[in-house]
Design a protein around this ligand. Structure first.
Ligand code: SAM
Length: 300
């Protein structure tokens, strides 16, 4: 049961009550629609001794619109390694900080991990106020199986490393990974990213492109990777974008793992029927599919 006013819990109270006020609180902010700033998020920003932010112009604008004045301390990829120990010392000495990124959930393809790690190591209490996240929203709107899912962030910008990364994913799928995969992508690289995914995974794989989530021109386009790559080869993509790719079909996903497990079962002297039953149980694959593959391998 969640805390509420009747139990004497204020909006800004952390789990555990006011006495447990964390040294560091990770605060999610809107990914486009300012109405998505949660009341607890606002209260935490107001209560903090300082707000650690990527870009003080972005966060300053957000705070100003809410009538909040706060001390801001820049924390971004270029200064986080140096800043983290100093900030942790201050939290150990009793200061309370809120961490935000320019948009969405801090740490998710954004700075903050090194600070959180250092704070945990120093025994500082860390909490979070959950809220908007583009990857999870895209996943839930994609129409693709929501779990298991794998978040891979941005693909490499250059074609060579990008193809290598896609090949690595394909290899994982061939070893049994069957997860929906979510990527972030820049609009000017969307077409080439989709083409690389269609080529490296499969043009027939179901996918979705989620654009401008929570904003005026929010759009989710669903289709196969081949169809989406074809569409964006000519249509200009604007705004902020997530790509969601459906899981590899199970027979593809588990091909190598399945064959290895069947061969091991045959080598252990199991009959074809027993090998199929035990491998189906161990892998979670359908017994019928495993039996068919066992027949194809022609052993047992
Ligand atoms: N921390 C953020 C979050 O929780 O979603 C993500 C930060 S990452 C630097 C920014 C990328 O997230 C964008 O390039 C885009 O791929 C994705 N993104 C952010 N806002 C979005 C939106 N409104 N619609 C679709 N994608 C978005």
């Amino acid at each position: 049961m969640g805390g509420d006013a009747a139990e004497g819990t204020r909006l800004s109270d952390p789990p555990g009550g006011p006495a447990a006020r964390p040294g560091l609180v990770l605060v999610a902010t809107p990914i486009g629609n300012l109405g998505d700033l949660a009341p607890r998020a606002l209260a935490a920003l107001r209560d903090a001794d300082a707000v650690l932010c990527e870009d003080s112009r972005v966060t300053g604008g957000l705070l100003a619109r809410q009538g909040v004045t706060a001390t801001m301390i820049p924390l971004h990829d270029h200064n986080e390694a140096a800043q983290a120990p100093r900030l942790v010392d201050r939290m150990v000495a009793g200061e309370h900080f809120a961490l935000v990124s320019d948009a969405g959930t801090p740490l998710v393809s954004d700075p903050g991990y090194r600070l959180v790690r250092a704070a945990i190591d120093a025994g500082v209490q860390v909490s979070a106020i959950p809220g908007p996240n583009a990857a999870v929203m895209a996943l839930s709107l994609s129409g693709l199986p929501p779990h298991p899912f794998l978040f891979l962030g941005f693909l490499p910008a250059r074609a060579g490393p990008r193809a290598t990364e896609v090949a690595r994913l394909r290899q994982l799928e061939r070893a049994g990974l069957a997860a929906t995969v979510v990527f972030y992508e820049a609009p000017h690289r969307l077409a080439e990213a989709l083409a690389a995914l269609a080529e490296g995974l499969s043009a027939s794989r179901p996918a979705a492109v989620a654009r401008e989530l929570t904003k005026r021109f929010e759009e989710v386009r669903r289709g196969t990777l081949g169809e989406l790559a074809g569409h964006y080869a000519t249509a200009e993509a604007r705004g902020e974008i997530c790509i969601v790719v459906g899981p590899a079909p199970i027979e593809e996903a588990g091909a190598d793992e399945l064959d290895a497990a069947l061969r091991a079962a045959f080598a252990a002297g199991l009959s074809l029927r027993d090998a199929a039953a035990s491998v189906a149980e161990a892998t979670g694959l359908k017994r019928r599919d495993v039996y068919r593959r066992a027949l194809e391998l022609g052993e047992g």
